[in-house]
Design a protein around this ligand. Structure first.
Ligand SMILES: Cc1cc2nc3c(=O)[nH]c(=O)nc-3n(C[C@H](O)[C@H](O)[C@H](O)COP(=O)(O)O)c2cc1C
Length: 330
């Protein structure tokens, strides 16, 4: 059994993206900033950030340029492609102009992202939670899918990762990345064994020194158990994973009947989604900065395996060591 740290873990994903390790630090709203993203890329993984973490497209461009000054390794950007994101076209143009190596699309069609990013030689992976949707993005020309399973932080899918990954792998030709609940190298080894070409990890990187969120959020991740992770529709209208807190208990997990009606009515749907996204983001913004008693902290079931706050470099080294040791045991 060897626990020596390998210089690379070659997979379809690392070969395609040119990084050392098959680990994406998943884009996280209000969490992934230039420091966190570049630290992950510098440590051999691939850091990703949502364009909406910046207040304007101009600020977002500056953030990309800052990342490029901090690392010359590949990194990624998430574009939310549903109708509620009115900035998606402009942000995507910036990604193409700045030749962002990887665009990750979520919540809507990746068609425009694929056309624009392929034209400049960059890659597009799409978040998927079902095979049906994964087939659609493969047909559109996506370079890979990120299978977001049950237990993930952010918008979790409904299917167990033990099923989702081999199921996607069996039916698709493009690489599959496993996301949801992964916080150790053993799980990473399991994901690769199931057919994943990489893992996308979110929650674990919130418990990093570099994550620009309040200590109360990081400590809540250390304290929480998988049983504390609840799915709420209150943030964006789509079920999202949050840590159970007195505030979450107070407001409940479901939308009221009027909100549900407005979200599903064709005339009010778009406006309602935008309003929900706006209100949800304001609440989250205050919660991550620790300036409110309204504790809404997004995290996945991997909280049960996270015990300390470490610098990104150490998190990466730990993951690789655990991965090697698990491989040896197999
Ligand atoms: C706080 C938080 C915010 C997130 N924001 C986004 C986002 O803006 N866009 C996106 O595509 N995924 C988002 N995600 C999902 C992550 O990119 C990743 O897929 C997920 O965290 C993986 O599950 P894990 O947290 O269990 O590791 C978010 C996740 C968390 C925990």
């Amino acid at each position: 059994m060897t626990t020596q740290t390998p210089e690379t873990i070659p997979t379809d994903f690392t070969r395609l993206m040119g990084c050392a390790y098959p680990i994406i630090a998943g884009p996280m709203f209000l969490v992934s900033d230039e420091g966190l993203v570049s630290a992950v890329s510098e440590s051999g993984g691939l850091g990703a950030m949502p364009s909406l973490n910046w207040r304007s497209t101009a600020d977002f461009r500056k953030a990309i340029q800052k990342v490029k000054t901090l690392t010359n390794k590949p990194f990624g950007v998430n574009i939310i492609t549903n109708k509620a994101n009115t900035r998606q076209h402009a942000d995507l143009d910036v990604c193409a102009e700045e030749k962002v190596p990887l665009v990750v699309t979520s919540l809507g069609s990746p068609k425009e992202s694929i056309t624009k990013m392929h034209a400049v030689g960059c890659k597009v992976f799409c978040d998927v939670t079902t095979l049906d949707y994964a087939r659609k993005v493969e047909d559109l020309g996506a370079d890979g899918v990120i299978g977001v399973s049950a237990g993930a932080g952010g918008h979790a899918g409904p299917i167990s990762p033990l099923v989702l990954i081999p199921y996607l792998k069996k039916h698709l030709k493009i690489p599959v990345v496993a996301a949801g609940g992964i916080a150790t190298g053993e799980q990473m080894a399991a994901a690769l064994l199931l057919g994943a070409s990489a893992v996308q990890i979110g929650t674990l990187f919130i418990a990093s020194r570099e994550a620009p969120v309040d200590a109360s959020y990081k400590n809540a991740i250390l304290k929480a158990e998988p049983e504390d992770i609840l799915l709420t529709k209150k943030i964006s209208g789509t079920p999202a994973s949050v840590i159970r807190t007195p505030y979450i208990d107070k407001v409940g997990l479901e939308l009221n009947a009027l909100e549900e009606f407005l979200l599903h009515n064709s005339k009010t749907k778009k406006l309602m989604k935008m309003l929900r996204a706006y209100l949800g983001s304001k609440t989250l913004e205050k919660a991550v900065s620790g300036t409110t008693w309204k504790e809404v902290w997004s995290a996945g079931q991997g909280v049960g395996l996270i015990e300390e706050i470490l610098p990104v470099q150490e998190i990466m080294e730990k993951l690789i060591k655990e991965f090697q040791s698990a491989k040896g045991r197999l």
